[in-house]
Design a protein around this ligand. Structure first.
Ligand code: FAD
Length: 519
């Protein structure tokens, strides 16, 4: 989930005003959303990454590839390898595939999107897979839509919020420029948490609703409390980085959902490669032996492979014994990389009163706990069932809700949401309520990546980086072990597209090693 559109628009406006006041050219609208990638490219090209052992070249030129994890990253890797005619097998711990792309069908015939749902216009790998597998994407913003923001128990005026945001937005715009200009400036900001950044600039925050709105966007975007999130993530969240000439609003637009649910696309990819997939296979260890890599599973069995693509979620990496050569930096990453906490509370509804207020694809924000955001989460295209309203919780909101029953939560949230959407309480009364529980799911342990202060600068040199310029490229490869998954993506960390992209890149690295040796 991205930050509030209101926040973005206000920041974009403030940035334009700030540039004009300094006699600089106005930013041009364009395609973007590459703040994090641009930084990583800059780090790679400027040698911030130098000194780390280059391990990417060591991939074997032949032999079997094992893929661990059947989320979109593992499935994408398998698909690209299979198309290239490479002997690859995927091992998934669960009895289902798709990981955090999970469309759940209840015994009553109701469908809920439990994990990833929204696809941006610039999510090229997701668009390509959807097209290849003939699973349509549905435009959820085909009509006019708007965000409603609740603050202090009332609907906040967006014009007023934008005005109040202006001084902080100008500061963020200047810091963004500094980050653009130098990776070392990025390191200084990365050392700060979002909370410390906001404290440092407290004089620019004239109204506590502004801080609350920014904190709500950090909770939804990273599942983190502002004290646990790198301030760089605040900068990346905004339409300013690498953008003297670019505004990114058009790029990160959450415009599409997958027809029939996200699980349908994962299922279609899996169906095409069933004979290469084994479920119920939970990896415990990867051991280098004289004759290749030995993958040991929790059930006591093992298989041999020459290359392994590890596409399990970040916190799960700690549970795997990597008895292979791995640099100290990779070991630190394995020990520390983490996911934020986000959960959905979903309720079926007898009516859709939000449509008259939010339009097609609008959102409800609440700057005060107990939830951060709400939107219509109905599965579109090809599935029956009642409309679904989704409330989204992040950070401590998840912990606070843990002891409360889903129905009690839905009642309480609906009452609060009435301020912005009259009629919602009646619409969801008596319906089905369901809550996701990714933080306690033993094979995920969180929602999507959050980078703690300092981690982006330390671990940036490990991630995949795509670029037309060879000096800016990076591969998440350590010897014969390749890492994939949203957590090692340059531009789409946290997104389904980050999984799909890194799976493709992992496959391409394997294919390239073989092509090189065949020459
Ligand atoms: C509540 C929520 C909302 C989200 N909303 C969005 C959204 O709107 N848009 C968006 O783009 N993204 C969203 N995301 C994020 C998105 O779902 C993920 O980034 C993406 O699906 C991750 O894919 P992956 O393949 O990297 O990891 P996963 O999907 O987690 O796949 C990893 C796989 O590895 C398996 N595994 C784990 N341990 C082992 C082991 N030891 N051995 C073998 N297999 C193992 C797991 O079972 C799993 O199948 C959301 C996520 C959540 C939780």
């Amino acid at each position: 989930m991205r930050g509030s559109e209101t926040l973005w628009r206000a920041l974009a406006l403030a940035r334009r005003q700030d540039l004009a006041a300094r006699g600089k050219a106005a930013p041009r609208a364009g395609h973007g959303g590459i703040g994090r990638r641009a930084l990583l490219q800059g780090m790679a090209a400027s040698g911030v990454a130098a000194g780390l052992p280059v391990q990417a070249m060591a991939l074997p030129a032949s032999g079997r590839v094992a893929i661990v994890g059947g989320g979109i990253a593992g499935l994408s890797a398998l698909h690209h390898l299979a198309k290239a005619g490479i002997d690859a097998r995927l091992y998934e711990a669960r009895n289902r595939l798709g990981g955090r792309m999970y469309t759940q069908l209840t015994s009553e015939g109701q469908v809920f999107e439990a994990g990833g749902q929204l696809v941006n216009s610039d999510h090229a790998d997701m668009h390509a897979l959807a097209k290849e597998f003939a699973v349509p994407l549905v435009d959820r913003k085909s009509g006019p839509h708007r965000s409603v923001i609740l603050a202090d128990g009332a609907v906040a005026s967006q014009a007023e919020l934008a005005r109040l945001l202006a001084p902080l937005a100008a500061r963020i715009a200047r810091d963004s420029e500094a980050v653009d200009a130098s990776p070392r400036a990025a390191a200084a900001i990365d050392r700060l948490s979002v909370a410390q950044y906001l404290d440092r600039h407290a004089a620019l925050i004239r109204d506590r609703r502004i801080r609350a709105l920014i904190e709500a966007s950090i909770r939804t975007e990273y599942g983190s409390e502002p004290g646990d999130a790198s301030a760089l993530q605040l900068i990346f969240n905004l339409p300013t980085v690498k953008s003297e000439h670019v505004e990114v609003l058009a790029g990160s637009d959450e415009r599409y959902v997958i027809a029939g649910g996200s699980g349908r696309l994962a299922g279609a990819i899996a169906d095409a490669h069933r004979d290469r997939i084994e479920t119920g296979r939970r990896l415990r260890a990867i051991r280098e032996t004289g004759s290749g890599l030995r993958l040991e599973f929790v059930d006591g069995t093992h298989v041999m492979a020459d290359t392994v693509i590890v596409a399990a979620p970040a916190p799960i990496l700690r549970q795997i014994d990597f008895a292979v050569p791995l640099s100290a930096r990779w070991r630190e990453f394995v020990a520390e990389a983490d996911l934020g906490r986000n959960e959905k509370l979903q309720a079926t509804a007898s009516a859709t009163p939000w449509q008259a207020i939010l339009g097609t694809g609008g959102e409800l924000w609440d700057t005060a706990p107990p939830y951060a955001l709400g939107w219509e989460g109905t599965i579109r295209g090809g599935e029956d069932g009642r409309p679904v309203w989704t409330w989204f919780l992040g950070g401590e909101q998840v912990d606070a809700a843990a002891a409360v029953s889903p129905h009690a939560l839905a009642d309480a949230f609906a009452r609060l949401s009435e301020i912005g959407i009259p009629g919602i309480a009646q619409a969801v009364a008596g319906g089905m309520v369901r809550r996701t529980n990714w933080c306690n799911d033993a094979l995920t342990l969180g929602a999507y990546t959050n980078s703690a202060p300092g981690q982006l600068t330390r671990f940036g040199p490990l991630f995949w980086v795509e670029s037309d310029t060879p000096a800016e490229r990076q591969q998440a490869v350590a010897g014969r072990v390749i890492f994939a998954g949203e957590h090692v993506s340059d531009a789409w960390v946290g997104f389904m597209n980050g999984g799909a992209q890194t799976g493709r890149l992992a496959a391409q690295a394997v294919i390239a090693a073989r092509t090189r040796s065949a020459r």
